[in-house]
Ligand binder design. Structure first.
Ligand SMILES: *Cc1c(COP(=O)(O)O)cnc(C)c1O
Length: 409
C-alpha cells in the first residue's frame, strides 16, 4: 500500500508549485518574436515586475537561472581585481562569492556561520577594512540555512559609515514571499529568478539595477556582450533586447504569475507567507519538546518566510524526507551545505518549503505528513504540532497575530 497516489506536492524551496493559471497561460502557439502582442505584453510586464519588487529604476531580464544572475550582476559591476565585501550566511552567499572570485574579483568574505544572520558589528568591521570595495554582496534569504537578513539595516550601516560601495542583494528565495523594498531600502542591484516566489518554471533571471549601479559599472571590464545590462530592455528592436529569440513561453507564464501577485496585493502575499511560516514554526516548536527536532534558526525574527531549515539527529532528516516522498507524496528539500563533523552529507537536515503558490491546506497537509512520518519511523518528537499549527493560523485569520507582527517590526 502507498499513501502517495493522488496529487503529489513538491515542497522544496524551488522550483516551487506552478499555479494552473501559469501553466495554462503557457499553453499557447509560438508568437511573433519581432513585433505585436508579445512585444506589447513584455513592456507592461517589466513595469509590473518593478511593482512586485518595489523598484523604480532599471530591470534586465535574462534567459537563465539564479546562477546566471550572479554572473550578470558581477560582470556588469566589477573589473578584474576589484574588491567585493561578501556577508555570507549560508551556501548561497558563498556561491555568489565563488562566482565573483572565479572572474578575478577579490571576494572579501565575512562568514556568519550556518545559524545566524549578519551581525552588524562584524559587518561594520568588514566595511571599515575595505573602504574601497566596489560593492557589498548580501543574500536576503539564504535558502540553505533559511536565515533572513535585515537589508535595510545594512544600507543604514553603509550610509552611517559613508561607504560608497554598491549594495547588491540576492532575493532569489525571497521575492514574492518576504517583504522587500528595492528602492526604499537603497538596494543598487537586486537579483532574482522565476522559479521560486514568482511561481514560473526555472529559466528567467531578473537583475534590477539603480542608475548609480549603471554608472559605477560603466567601465566594468568583466562585461561581455551577452550579459550587458544596458542593452537588455532598452533596444528599440525587441529581438536585440534578448540577444536573439525571446523566452516566449516563460514570459507568458511570468505574465500570469505577476498578475496573480498583483491581484492578491503584495502586502497580502507577504502576510500569507508570514502566517504559513508561523504555522510551520509552531509545529516545529511542539515537535522539539521531545527528541532532537530543532529549527536551524533559533530566533523567529531572523527566519525566512518561504523556507524553513530543520534538523533531526543521525540520518533522520534524510530518512524522513524519503518517507514523506515515497510513502506520502510530499517532497521536502534536502539539507544543503549543512555538513558537520560526523554528518558529512548533512543527513540530519531537511527543509520545509512554504514558498509561492501555497495555502493553508498545502502547508497544514505538509506538516501533517511530517508528523505522520515521524511516527511511522519511530523518530522521537513532541506532540501537539498540528494543534499548534492550526491555532496559529486561526489567530492569523482573526487578525490577532499580524497586528503583533507589524508592531514588532
Ligand atoms: C535558488 C537560489 C539560488 C540559485 O538559483 P538557481 O536558479 O538554482 O541557479 C541562488 N541564491 C538563492 C538565495 C537561491 O535561493
Amino acid at each position: 500500500m502507498t499513501l502517495s497516489n493522488g496529487r503529489t506536492y513538491l515542497a522544496i524551496p524551488g522550483p516551487s508549485v506552478m499555479p494552473d493559471r501559469v501553466l495554462n497561460a503557457m499553453h499557447n502557439a509560438a508568437p511573433n518574436i519581432y513585433e505585436g502582442d508579445l512585444v506589447d505584453m513584455v513592456a507592461g510586464l517589466r513595469e509590473d515586475l518593478k511593482t512586485v519588487a518595489r523598484a523604480k529604476q532599471n530591470l534586465a531580464i535574462y534567459i537563465g537561472n539564479g546562477h546566471a544572475t550572479w554572473e550578470a550582476a558581477n560582470t556588469n559591476v566589477f573589473s578584474r581585481g576589484d574588491k567585493a565585501i561578501v556577508l555570507a550566511t549560508g551556501r548561497f552567499g558563498h556561491g555568489w562569492a565563488e562566482h565573483a572570485a572565479a572572474l578575478g574579483v577579490e571576494a572579501l568574505i565575512t562568514d556568519f556561520g550556518l545559524n545566524s544572520p549578519i551581525d552588524l558589528n562584524r559587518a561594520e568591521a568588514a566595511l571599515k577594512a575595505a573602504p574601497d570595495a566596489k560593492a557589498v554582496l548580501v543574500t536576503h534569504v539564504d535558502t540553505a540555512t533559511s536565515v533572513r537578513n535585515d537589508v535595510a539595516a545594512i544600507r543604514k550601516l553603509m550610509d552611517d559609515l559613508g561607504h560608497p560601495g554598491l549594495l547588491m542583494v540576492d532575493c532569489i528565495a525571497s521575492l514574492g514571499c518576504d517583504e522587500f523594498h528595492t528602492e526604499a531600502w537603497g538596494v543598487d542591484v537586486m537579483i532574482t529568478a522565476s522559479q521560486k516566489g514568482l511561481m514560473t518554471p526555472p529559466g528567467l533571471g531578473l537583475v534590477y539595477f539603480s542608475d548609480k549601479a549603471r554608472d559605477v559599472g560603466a567601465k566594468a571590464d568583466l562585461r561581455t556582450p551577452y550579459w550587458d545590462w544596458r542593452t537588455r530592455g532598452s533596444a528599440k528592436f525587441f529581438y536585440e533586447n534578448w540577444f536573439g529569440t525571446a523566452p516566449t513561453h516563460h514570459l507568458f507564464g511570468l505574465r500570469e504569475a505577476v498578475t496573480m501577485l498583483l491581484e492578491e496585493g503584495m502586502e497580502n502575499v507577504w502576510n500569507r507567507h508570514t502566517a504559513l511560516a508561523s504555522a510551520v514554526w509552531a509545529a516545529a516548536e511542539a515537535w522539539g519538546t521531545d527528541g532532537a527536532f530543532r529549527l536551524n534558526i533559533a530566533n523567529p525574527e531572523h527566519r525566512a518566510h518561504a523556507v524553513t531549515a530543520a534538523r533531526l539527529s543521525g540520518a533522520d532528516g534524510t530518512r524522513l524526507r524519503q518517507w514523506t516522498e515515497h510513502e506520502a507524496g510530499v517532497t521536502l528539500g534536502i539539507g544543503l551545505g549543512m555538513a558537520e563533523p560526523g554528518d558529512p552529507k548533512g543527513d540530519a537536515f531537511f527543509r520545509l518549503a512554504h514558498m509561492g503558490h501555497v495555502n493553508a491546506p498545502m502547508t497544514l497537509g505538509m506538516l501533517a505528513v511530517v508528523d505522520t512520518g515521524l511516527k511511522a519511523l519511530g523518530i522521537p518528537h513532541g506532540s501537539g504540532a498540528l494543534d499548534a499549527a492550526a491555532r496559529t493560523l486561526a489567530d492569523f485569520s482573526a487578525g490577532a497575530k499580524l497586528a503583533s507582527t507589524s508592531n514588532a517590526a
